[in-house]
Structures are given as structure tokens and as C-alpha cells.
Design a protein around this ligand. Sequence first.
Ligand code: FPP
Length: 260
Amino acid sequence: MRLHKENVPIHRERARTGVTCPLMIPIDRSALPRHIACVMDGNGRWAEQRDLPRVEGHKMGEHALFETVAGALDLGIEWLTVYAFSTENWKRPPDEVKFLINFNEDILLRRQQELHESGVQIRFIGRTDWRVPKRLTRLMADATELTKNNTKLKFTIAFNYGGRAEIVDAVKSLVKTGIAPDKITEKMLARHLYDPQMPDVDLMIRTSGEYRTSNFLLWELAYSEMWFTDTLWPDFDRTDIAKAIYDFQNRTRRYGGVTA
Ligand code: FPP
């Protein structure tokens, strides 16, 4: 099949200045990454650079998050996963942890209807242990239920999520089936991950100039292409997503083999 390249006009919305600068990035819509995962890093530094409390950076991160969802919807991306709170984030100052929990609740309450009307299916991965407030667990269940039949974009929020914790939890769950150790295969273990339907990540994006996976989707990232940018998360927008996808489309994925 001949690849059809087209120019996708993408408009850069600048939250702070209101300036819009159009940018044409040639995206091949027939070769999109099926699953994009984002590490939304740099909120704290964005705020510190402006002498603002760190939580102001998280607040601005909401805009970037919805830009990313809108960009994924525009382009027709099937799966988008974001790292909202890690199993290690409990180490942050109690006030910031409290803010992040309340902020996640607040975003779900305020914006789930809009996501629902846009055809987004909201999903969650992570440990629902005693540290996650019941109220948030209930909101997650409600958002999942409300949007379960939507098909445009599977939007997964990783909350109290750790890649190692996920693998340990999958092993525990698999071992409980009574399987003999020498019968265990990768496919079997994958069926015990938090979301067995989630495909491997094709493109991982991390903002803020940090070059780490930080315990995000360790199993699912095995053959992901990584894209890093110095842009801090609150400044990230759909132009950046288009840039990441353009770069992705110009790479050769070999999966451990050789190029034909
Ligand atoms: C990392 O920046 C960001 C986070 C730990 C949280 C980001 C969360 C959101 C944007 C809200 C998500 C909400 C939903 C419902 C998906 P950082 O604090 O590590 O920044 P720094 O590295 O500059 O300190």
C-alpha cells in the first residue's frame, strides 16, 4: 500500500500569551504510533522559574494535559497513557502529595463529562492501596463506568503507579493460578498486568530535559521509541506531540532484528 503523506495543520495555542502560531508538520496518518505514553515532567521547575509555589506548575500542567488529549484525538491516536502519580511520589512533601491527590479528583470531577462527550474512554492503572483515598477510588470507578463504551481514544491515567510494582503484582496474580514455573511465558504474564488490553507503548514522551523512564510502564516500554524535549510540561502542546510523532515516523524500529 502506498503511504499517503499529508500536511496536518497544527495550531500552537500559547496559554500565557494567547499568541497562535500555525505550524505545518508532515504527519503520515497511516503510520501513527498506536500507543503514546507521557511523563509530564517539569511542573515544579516551571513554577520555580516564575517564583511561584510548585503546585502552580501542576495547575498549568492541566492545560498541557488537555492539549495532549486534544492532539491525540485530532490525529486519531488509539491509546494515550499519562503518569499522574507514581508509587514514589508519596515521598514528596505532604502538602504537595495532598495537592496532587485533590487535583486529580478535581480534574476528574470537572472534566470527565467533556472527555466523555469527546469520545474518550478513561482508564486507570496503579495500586489501589490504603493510601489512595476512597473518594478518589470512587471517582475513578465512576469515570471508568461513564466512559466505558467510548471508542475514540483510550486515555489511561497511571495513579499510584510503578512499573516494578506492576510486574510484582502481575507475578503474584499469575502464581495464584497455580501455574508451574517452567510453563510461564511472557504472554501469560502480560495477561496479569494492570490492564491486559493495553498494547505495548510505541512512543514515550518525556518533557523537561530529563532522560529517564522513572519506573513508568517498564514492561510495556520494552521496544518503545523514546522522545525527549527540554520543554517543561506546562509549556507542552499539540505542536510538540506532532513533532514527537514526526520524529517517530522517521525512525527504523528493528525490535532486536535487522533492517530488511
Ligand atoms: C511531574 O512534575 C509531575 C507530576 C508528578 C504530576 C503531574 C500531574 C498532573 C499534570 C495532573 C494529572 C491529572 C490527571 C487527572 C491525569 P514535577 O513536579 O516532578 O516537576 P519538577 O521535576 O520540575 O520538580
